[in-house]
Design a protein around this ligand. Structure first.
Ligand SMILES: Cc1ncc(COP(=O)(O)O)c(C=O)c1O
Length: 379
C-alpha cells in the first residue's frame, strides 16, 4: 500500500500499510523471517553505512523484514515519518527518554503513570544525572512552573493508568515548544483509534504494544513513532542495549493490528455500556471513565478523540479496598490479572487503594454486566 496514509481510513491503514504480497512467493501475508543472520553481498560490492556496518538486513538485532512491516504500519497509523519496535513497552520508554535526555537535563513527568515507568524514571534517571519532577499533568500551571532552562522533555500518558486522567496534549505541546523541549506521549490506553498524539503537539508517541496493538494478550512488545531524526537514535539505542523485538512477536503485532479498528469499536462500546451500568449501581462509589459526563476530563477527551473514550475504566467500591479484593475474586468471566487491552476482560484490584482497574474486553456486553452484577452482590 502506498504510504500516503492520510488519504485512507484507519481500518484500511491497519490492514494494508507496510505490506503487500511477499515479493519472492506472492504469499498474501508477511512471512515470519525467523532468522538471526542474512547472507552478506559479495564483499567487494558491500556498501557500508557510516557506522561501518553493511546496508540492508544483516543481523536481526539490527533489523528484520518482519519487524520492518510492523514499524511501517505503526508509522502509518500514527501519521509519523518513522517508527521502531522493541521487546517491550519499557524498551521504547527507556529508549525515548535516554536518547532525548543527557546528563544535566531535567524531565517533567506526569505523577499518574504506569508504576514501572515511574520506577524507571525515579530510579534510573537520577543515577544518570537527569533530574525529575513529577507533577499533576492536568494542572497546567504546575507543569509550567516545573519547567527549568535545562528541561529536555515532558512525559505523560494521554489517558493515565489507572485513574484515566486526560492530558491536554495541545496545551502541553505549547508549553513544551516554548521550553524548546520534547513532548513524549504514552498512547497505550488510547491507541491511534482514539487520537494521534503527533497531530496534537507530541514529538514521540509510544505504546506498550503488549496491549491494544497486539490485542490478544499473546506478545510482549513496544512501538514508538515520530520524526526520523528522533526514531533513528532510538533504533541505535535498542540495538546497542539489546532490546529488539523478535520476528515472531513482530508478526503477532502485524496480525493483531489488522483488527485494531474493529476491536477498539467494540472495546469502546462495551466500556461505555459497563461504565453507565456501574455508575448507577449501589455497590459502586465512583466510576472513572472519560466517556461519563461527570469525569473531569470528559469535555477535553471528547474534543480530542471525536467522542471515543477507549476500553479502560476504574471503579471505587462502597465497601472499600476489602470489597475490591472480594469483588475481583468472585468474577467468573472476567479474569483477575495484570495487563490490559486484551480481547478478554481483565480486572486488577490496585494494591493499597480502593480501586479496581477494568480492561473491558470484546465479549458480549450482557454477559459482562451479569458477571459484574453477581460479583458486586457478593462483595
Ligand atoms: C500505559 C503503559 N505504558 C507502558 C507499559 C509497559 O509496557 P510493557 O509491559 O509492554 O513493557 C505498560 C504496561 O502495563 C502500560 O500500562
Amino acid at each position: 500500500m502506498a504510504e500516503s496514509s492520510k488519504l485512507f481510513d484507519l481500518g484500511t491503514i491497519a490492514i494494508h500499510a507496510g505490506e503487500g504480497p511477499d515479493p519472492t512467493t506472492g504469499a498474501q501475508n508477511t512471512p515470519i523471517y525467523q532468522t538471526a543472520t542474512f547472507a552478506l553481498p559479495d564483499a567487494s560490492e558491500q556498501v557500508k553505512q557510516p557506522s561501518g556496518q553493511p546496508q540492508g538486513y544483516f543481523y536481526t538485532r539490527e533489523g528484520n523484514p518482519t519487524t520492518a512491516v510492523i514499524e511501517a504500519k505503526i508509522a502509518a497509523l500514527e501519521g509519523a515519518e518513522s517508527a521502531v519496535a522493541s521487546a517491550s513497552g519499557m524498551g521504547v520508554i527507556s529508549a525515548a527518554l535516554l536518547t532525548t535526555l543527557n546528563p544535566g537535563d531535567h524531565l517533567v513527568c506526569s505523577d499518574a503513570i504506569y508504576p514501572i515507568s515511574q520506577d524507571f524514571i525515579t530510579s534510573e534517571l537520577p543515577r544518570l544525572g537527569i533530574d525529575v519532577d513529577m507533577v499533576d499533568i492536568t494542572d497546567l500551571d504546575a507543569v509550567s512552573n516545573a519547567i527549568r532552562p535545562e528541561t529536555g522533555a515532558i512525559l505523560t500518558e494521554f489517558l493515565s493508568n489507572p485513574d484515566l486522567a486526560v492530558a491536554d496534549l495541545p496545551a502541553l505541546g505549547k508549553i513544551t515548544r516554548d521550553a524548546r523541549a520534547r513532548l513524549i506521549v504514552d498512547n497505550t490506553f488510547a491507541t491511534p483509534y482514539l487520537l494521534r498524539p503527533l497531530e496534537h503537539g507530541a514529538d514521540i508517541v509510544l505504546h506498550s504494544a503488549t496491549k491494544y496493538i497486539s490485542g490478544h494478550g499473546d506478545a510482549v512488545a513496544g512501538v514508538a513513532a515520530g520524526p526520523d531524526e528522533m526514531i533513528r537514535p532510538m533504533r541505535r539505542f535498542i540495538a546497542r542495549y539489546g532490546s529488539p523485538i523478535s520476528p515472531f512477536n513482530a508478526w503477532l503485532l502485524i496480525r493483531g493490528t489488522k483488527t485494531l479498528h474493529l476491536r477498539m469499536d467494540r472495546h469502546c462500546e462495551n466500556a461505555s455500556a459497563l461504565a453507565r451500568h456501574l455508575h448507577q449501581h449501589a455497590g459502586v462509589q465512583r466510576v472513572m471513565y472519560p466517556g461519563l459526563s461527570d469525569h473531569p476530563g470528559h469535555k477535553l477527551c471528547s474534543s480530542l478523540t471525536d467522542d471515543r473514550f477507549g476500553g479502560m475504566l476504574s471503579i471505587e467500591l462502597s465497601g472499600g479496598e476489602v470489597a475490591c479484593q472480594r469483588f475481583a475474586g468472585r468474577l467468573q468471566l472476567a479474569l483477575r490479572a495484570v495487563s490490559l487491552g486484551d480481547v478478554a476482560t481483565l480486572v486488577l484490584p490496585w494494591a493499597g487503594r480502593n480501586l479496581v482497574r477494568v480492561s473491558v474486553g470484546v465479549e458480549g456486553i450482557n454477559d459482562l454486566i451479569a458477571d459484574f452484577d453477581q460479583a458486586l452482590a457478593g462483595a
